[in-house]
Design a protein around this ligand. Sequence first.
Ligand SMILES: Nc1ncnc2c1ncn2[C@@H]1O[C@H](COP(=O)(O)OP(=O)(O)OP(=O)(O)O)[C@@H](O)[C@H]1O
Length: 328
Amino acid sequence: MSETPILAAEDVTKHFHARDGVGRHVTVRAVENITLRLHRGRIAALVGESGSGKTTLARLLAQFYPVTSGEIRLRGEPVTGPDKRFAGEVQLVFQDPFASLNSLRRVEHNLRRALRLHAHPAADEDVRELLGKVNLTPEAEFARKLPHELSGGQRQRVAIARALAVRPSVLLGDEPISMLDVSIRLDVLNLLARLRDEEGLALLYITHDIASARYLSDDIFVMYAGQMIEGGPAESVIQRPKHPYTRLLIDSSPDPERAAGSSAFTVGEKLGEPPSLVDPPPGCRFHPRCPFAKDECRTEVPPRVEFPDGGWTTCWLHATRPEDTPTP
Ligand SMILES: Nc1ncnc2c1ncn2[C@@H]1O[C@H](COP(=O)(O)OP(=O)(O)OP(=O)(O)O)[C@@H](O)[C@H]1O
């Protein structure tokens, strides 16, 4: 895509320093060498098992903490820390809507506060406009409610309205539907799709559930053990997965027709636990679980291979090494 991305992670790495079970200092390689670009009016889904680094990547994009190496860029310019301009452009929506709402104050107070923080007017009309944008009508009635008087789905809509108060250009949704009842998940996904279409927002949708990623997103990116292993237009990733791990995610996913169904993968049950991020396997990190692993998968990092359908993967099954190419 030629247009400058609104928000981008360019070759970003994040290592955490932590202690292991017996108190030794260890380095957790949570995210390594990832490039992810978010474009106006498009939804990118980030999919992967628990612990694959999705939240860490979203938090790097949101400037929650600094990168170990690489760069976060806003409209092409490197970002050096969270400032007011950045917060006015990039907002996070959490799994738990209570995380971003003051539960002791009415909806209107929560929204007015967010509006004022970013120097927008905070008249009744502005509050009503925000509630209308997230389909909470009659607006005046919802404005008077306390967060606990709302259903989970309504609360998540208020959290989204709060994020919209600053008129951002990017929303980062970290599993925004996984705590909601299955019956209302689709409503929230449809709301996100509408915000993309009507407001031109760039959206990152983080999920365990590849079926909901297919339903909502334009592009899908797959993370495995801190690395990005496949990406491309949603339909090409779903219809023609290139990496054996992506294939496994699709096969383990609930019925794809149930777009917002269960959020649980069964990959772990089939193949055992994902690898340690303290001491990851050499070569391709997926090789210990891969039914197709070859010798080079165990020792050499696979190169990135691009496909005519716009997809790409890092996998030795698709790569040809120079020495494998027959000489004429
Ligand atoms: N502050 C931290 N200090 C040490 N390790 C961390 C920290 N934050 C995350 N990690 C580790 O980084 C790895 C990636 O975690 P992350 O939460 O990004 O994964 P995830 O894919 O979002 O998982 P989930 O879907 O369960 O939220 C995990 O091994 C996690 O334990």
